[in-house]
Design a protein. Sequence first.
Length: 208
Amino acid sequence: MKQLCYDLRQFAMEVRQVGFSLSGGVGERQCLDLSERMLAAVKQAEARMAKQADATIRSWKSSTELRVCLAGSARKIRIIRIGAEERGSPMAEAALCTVWGDPIPGREKQALNVYNEAMRYWAGLEQEGKIERFDVTVLAFSGGDLTGLLVVRGTAKQIDSVRRSKEYQQHVARGQLVASHLSVARAYVDEGLAQFMGWYQKVIELAV
């Protein structure tokens, strides 16, 4: 679109030159009028493109997505976060990863109640700003031991605070009573993952 606007602008200028060269002859006014209309259309198109670009930038700034780029001759991975830091919000670097299997036979109803309570608990923490966000995945039947996965993201301080809280430990205990193969592990995400991979790379280089 940008190239098209440039080409049209150049063509409009050429039409204008043709009009001037006619020096009052037949077609001078028509050439000049056509040139003006073309230039006006180009300006409108450029204004729309600028407005769309501004809207896109605002959308990027309001998002919490991570964009992974390959930068430099060494092709090192560079993670760029757009969003949270520009609003002054904490950036996720740590997580709690909870996995579970099928409900224990005979406790299916209790398992559903525990699941619903957990969703309300995490939604409340997110709303209060005590975590950045949480994501839940429930797997289709596969015959394996894993049925669901919960990843809670936040700063290391947020995750540590939640993990040590009595309410969180009670939720984990209730889950263990109704679901098989339930386990919890700390995890690295986003900024923390980039830092961890940097450490890991140094360890590998020293070990080789």
